[in-house]
Design a protein around this ligand. Sequence first.
Ligand SMILES: NC(=O)c1ccc[n+]([C@@H]2O[C@H](COP(=O)([O-])OP(=O)(O)OC[C@H]3O[C@@H](n4cnc5c(N)ncnc54)[C@H](O)[C@@H]3O)[C@@H](O)[C@H]2O)c1
Length: 324
Amino acid sequence: MNWLITGGCGFLGTALIKRLTQQGNHNIRVVDNLKTGTREDLALVAQFREIKQEAISDVPAGIELVVGDIMDDRLALGVSRGCDIIVHFAANTGVGPSVEDPRADMMANVLGTFNYLEAARIHKIPRFIFASSGAPAGEVEPPIHEELPPHPVSPYGASKLAGEGYCSAYKRTFGIDTVMLRFGNVYGPGSVHKASVVAKFIKRALDGDVLEIYGDGHQTRDFIFIDDLIDAVLLAATVPGIGGEAFQIATSRETTVGEMAEKLVATLNTAGVLDIRLVNAETRLGDVKRNFSDTTKAKKRLGWQAQVELDEGLRKTASYFLNK
Ligand SMILES: NC(=O)c1ccc[n+]([C@@H]2O[C@H](COP(=O)([O-])OP(=O)(O)OC[C@H]3O[C@@H](n4cnc5c(N)ncnc54)[C@H](O)[C@@H]3O)[C@@H](O)[C@H]2O)c1
């Protein structure tokens, strides 16, 4: 298959590329502005050639990196030529940055997504995978499932919801098999640049810094290990009859941030990282109190279920950071 992966130098993108190269027989074109992910991150998972925008060929060959921004509509049309599928990972990620600069979040997540849906329409690319999140659902009584009316709290949730809206329209009007994957809180090896809670806590613990839990630590999240998530993306790329559908991709387990932090401290202690201090800090604007997913639909329609337990996932993640 010929893949276009936006944000392919990031956490999820490099994990997907690693898996695809292990499978073999795939051509992959990556577009990334290198705001977060780097050439070095991509080089850790695959040998690639960097291609200038004016030299993009009709079909990707091997693994190619094109450095550019998803807000550039001409680039979107150029890089997606000859691709069978678009996996749209590039985004302004996370609640915090969207609260600090809602306009930048909207531009990257709404316009950027629109540009790649347009590219899919114009080049007749049959499948488009959209990286969504629990954030569009917002402050609702969990578990979150696909039929709940969305009430986003953060600008990030609103911009992802807009992306989902366009994905729905591009299926129903233009027949593109868009698949919206609403990921839980992803953690795992490869998350070195992430500011999400597991990666941030491990980095801070290794630097001897205090771990700050926003609020009382009773807020809940659904932590999903990266390998499980990549299994779901690969199924979403190939399972027939799921165009225009959204799926909760998480574990169905509700874990408080406090519990996760305690497990993580224990894991790090066992690995010899001692004297880790946890403190409570102010609640963060835009954060929801409870968040976990019902993944029944993914099980039924994709034949997918998360396999990795939190303890095992935290061990693997801690060991990745310790080996870096
Ligand atoms: N990691 C999570 O916990 C999580 C949870 C839910 C949803 N998601 C979504 O999954 C996707 C991938 O997340 P990730 O964790 O790999 O993030 P990441 O930040 O590691 O990777 C995103 C990549 O996109 C690139 N990028 C950012 N803005 C860009 C732009 N305007 N133009 C071109 N490239 C740009 C960055 O340089 C980076 O390499 C995002 O859409 C994110 O919102 C992630």
